[in-house]
Design a protein around this ligand. Structure first.
Ligand SMILES: *Cc1c(COP(=O)(O)O)cnc(C)c1O
Length: 378
């Protein structure tokens, strides 16, 4: 018998109500029926983003919203700061370069958080910087950055702060308005418990001023079109109707649990996972800035990291993530993001113990499970 479990940092498992919502017959999008849904989910997204700013829904994966941010805020030749502490931070630099933006890169050792003071220093050195691009949760390394501190720094300058919250949204507390996060982008297949296919972007008043004057070429992701359409509760192009209907189902679940409860659940899942890894004698990849959305763990000496992930998936149906780019084979990542509860974590640790044992790693069986259960019993 085959039974599968998904603990990856995107896509994440779908709640049954989200699956069911997608099985409904399609409706037309230029109708009062769909408009009511669009209005409701946009309000729901504002609750999740903790913002009064406009939040637009784009039809793409999360990276589409990242590209939309660059194309709508900047002009070729502009200067921007990007923070590179992993694969997704690098993506900001790559997108900026594609648009002819002059990027000042802050390189952060993978597994560490950016020092907000470094951003401050660079902003002071060059007042021409128009935007600062940061990753809230660097999914490739399991690191959380201090978005509140960074928000305070950028707020005091002419630059706008652009946040990749693709894996942070609805998993970690992220306060768009209170922390002065000008542009926040996210995607559907992480904390929001949806299939991939939708991206979201919020835009502050400070950022709108740039949208109006930016000279980068743009068409599909032109936020001026999105804003104009939204004035009539509409979208410029055919939206992913079914996924938006599923978004309504996901937001209903989120509202019912409550954001603060969601954050404490993620915190608990992360704590249990980290304690379990340490109890197994494993080392965390980002011990000083570990994210509550995904835990990155060093593959122990003498164990084939890629084989570990592959065996868990192909033999036992438990999918976790390996390392990306330079971390390939060196770490594995357990996501506790979205529709995950304590028994998903227990199951994952149990499978990890089993495969580590089979691969000859020396530890006392059950130690990881015990450590996790002790966290859950508290
Ligand atoms: C998943 C992820 C992305 C990429 O999103 P896509 O939906 O694959 O385009 C970007 N940034 C972060 C932090 C992510 O976790």
């Amino acid at each position: 018998m085959e039974k599968n479990y998904l603990l990856t940092p995107g896509p994440t498992p779908l709640p049954p109500a989200v699956c069911a919502a997608q099985a409904q017959p399609i409706i037309h999008h230029r109708t009062p029926q769909f408009q009511a849904i669009l209005k409701e989910v946009t309000e729901g997204l504002k609750y999740v983003f903790k913002t009064k700013n406009d939040v637009f829904i784009l039809t793409s994966s999360g990276t589409g919203a990242m590209e939309a941010a660059v194309a709508n805020l900047l002009s070729p030749g502009d200067t921007a700061i990007t923070v590179e502490g992993g694969k997704f931070g690098e993506r900001w630099t790559e997108i900026c370069k594609s648009y002819g933006i002059n990027t000042k890169v802050i390189k952060v050792e993978w597994g560490k958080a950016v020092e907000p003071k470094e951003i401050e220093k660079l902003l002071q050195q060059d007042p021409a910087v128009k935007a600062v691009f940061v990753t809230a949760c660097e999914t490739s390394t399991g690191v959380s950055n201090d978005m509140k501190a960074i928000g305070e720094i950028v707020k005091a300058t002419n630059a706008v702060l652009v946040v990749d919250a693709i894996s942070a949204l609805a998993s970690l507390d992220l306060q768009t308005d209170n922390w002065s996060l000008d542009v926040v982008v996210s995607g559907s297949q992480k904390g929001l418990m949806l299939p991939p296919g939708l991206a979201f972007i919020s835009v502050s008043e400070k950022a709108y001023k740039l949208v109006e004057v930016a000279e980068s070429p743009r068409y599909y992701f032109d936020l001026r079109l999105a804003k104009k359409a939204w004035e009539k509760i509409d979208t410029p192009f055919t939206p992913a109707i079914t996924t938006i209907i599923a978004l309504k189902a996901a937001l209903d679940i989120i509202k019912q649990e409550g954001l603060e409860n969601i954050f404490s659940r993620h915190k608990k899942m992360a704590q249990a996972t980290r304690k379990a890894m340490l109890a197994l004698g494993l080392e965390l990849f980002a011990p000083e800035a570990s994210s509550d959305a995904v835990t990155a763990v060093k593959v122990p000496e003498g164990i084939d990291g890629e084989k570990l992930v592959k065996t868990m998936r192909d033999t036992y149906g438990v999918t976790i993530a390996g390392g990306q780019a330079e971390l390939k084979g060196k770490i594995f990542r357990i996501a506790h993001m979205g529709y995950i509860n304590e028994f998903d974590i227990i199951l994952c640790i149990s499978c990890l113990e089993k495969v580590l044992h089979q691969m000859g790693y020396k530890f006392e069986l059950g130690k990881g499970l015990q450590a996790a259960e002790e966290v859950f019993l508290k």
